[in-house]
Design a protein around this ligand. Structure first.
Ligand code: SF4
Ligand code: SF4
Length: 313
């Protein structure tokens, strides 16, 4: 597995980063030991980069996997905290739950925020910088779906790593086009930022065009790693084979698509109802629900949801 230096951080990461959201309780909810074993299998195959978040609730399988790791992997986490105190709590929680002395990369978890995030969440960002000074964090970053935030991050000295959304369909990109995001990503790299790409499979909707979607991302200028969520050994092997240039099977094993609304993310705007070509989405109280029997698994609703609340499971 190819490794790249993450901008000017001095941190070396595998080109494929293991995204832990899908195996955690918010999505597939694998048993903790099974998730930990999957991570260890990833380490054994050359992946040294793990992405998590305060909200993903996957610290425990990572902690277990770290126990058996021959080499300490690079751990990136993030928090949506707004205040200094809440962010300090998030940092302390991550260090304790993962049993680590330091976190390699700590992002402001700012998926849907606009460029005002740098002023509105200045106390939380300052907290991360203080922890960096204290040696508890090696690099400070921001995760974002916004072109404007990505472009602004390039010019901000305090940001070491940028974690933007990008995919072949331009799905989920805010405040700009796919082409503008491509340019913003290249600009970040030019300014020495580490760049990790997220959602290159467009929330799972491009999984049936895996090679095309991943090759699109790998052809972009200025990225150092690509985070992909994995929930099984088959998926892991498939991804590793692809990234290491081995012959891959014709069809990805990432099949059996099913879509669901994650109620904790749904804001009840019901935009998705009109986006569904098969009337498979309905209101249930204040949230939307998908009728599995009527769902065509087309994924149109995924891109229509401003909250990214509809995911393939
Ligand atoms: S579009 Fe998203 S946030 Fe709006 S109702 Fe549908 S699932 Fe909920
Ligand atoms: S995946 Fe397609 S058919 Fe299924 S709920 Fe979403 S828009 Fe409707």
């Amino acid at each position: 597995m190819k490794r790249n230096l993450l901008g000017r951080t001095g941190i070396e990461v595998s080109e494929l980063c293991f995204g832990t959201l899908p195996f955690g309780p918010l999505q597939k909810n694998l048993p903790v030991e099974e998730a930990a074993a999957l991570l260890q299998a990833a380490f054994a195959r050359g992946i040294n980069f793990v992405d998590t978040a305060q909200t993903y609730k996957t610290y425990e399988p990572i902690r277990l996997a770290l126990r058996g790791a021959k080499e300490r992997p690079v751990i990136a986490t993030k928090s949506p905290a707004k205040t200094y105190e809440a962010m300090q709590k998030a940092v302390d929680e991550a260090l304790a739950a993962l049993e680590l002395d330091y976190i390699d990369i700590f992002y402001l978890h700012a998926a849907r925020a606009g460029v005002e995030v740098f002023t509105e969440r200045e106390p939380a960002l300052r907290c991360l910088l203080d922890n960096k000074k204290a040696g508890k964090i090696k690099a400070v970053g921001i995760s974002t779906h916004s072109v404007k935030v990505t472009a602004a991050a390039a010019g901000r000295d305090e940001i070491d790593v940028v974690f933007p959304i990008i995919n072949i369909d331009g799905m989920g990109i805010l405040e700009g086009t796919k082409e503008e995001m491509e340019a913003a990503i290249a600009g970040c790299e030019k300014q020495g930022k580490g760049v990790v790409l997220m959602k290159v499979l467009a929330g799972g909707t491009a999984a049936d065009r895996y090679a095309e979607a991943v090759n699109y991302a790998r052809a972009l200028k200025g990225y150092h790693s690509i985070a992909i969520g994995m929930i099984s050994l088959d998926e892991l092997v498939y991804n590793v084979d692809f990234f290491t240039g081995k012959a891959v099977r014709d069809l990805p094993v990432i099949t059996g698509k099913k879509f669901a609304v994650f109620g904790y993310l749904c804001k009840g705007c019901f935009t998705c109802i009109n986006a569904c070509p098969n009337h498979a989405i309905a209101r249930q109280g204040e949230v939307a629900v998908i009728d599995e029997k009527a769902c065509l698994t087309c994924g149109y609703c995924v891109g229509a949801c401003p909250q990214f609340a509809i995911r393939m499971i």
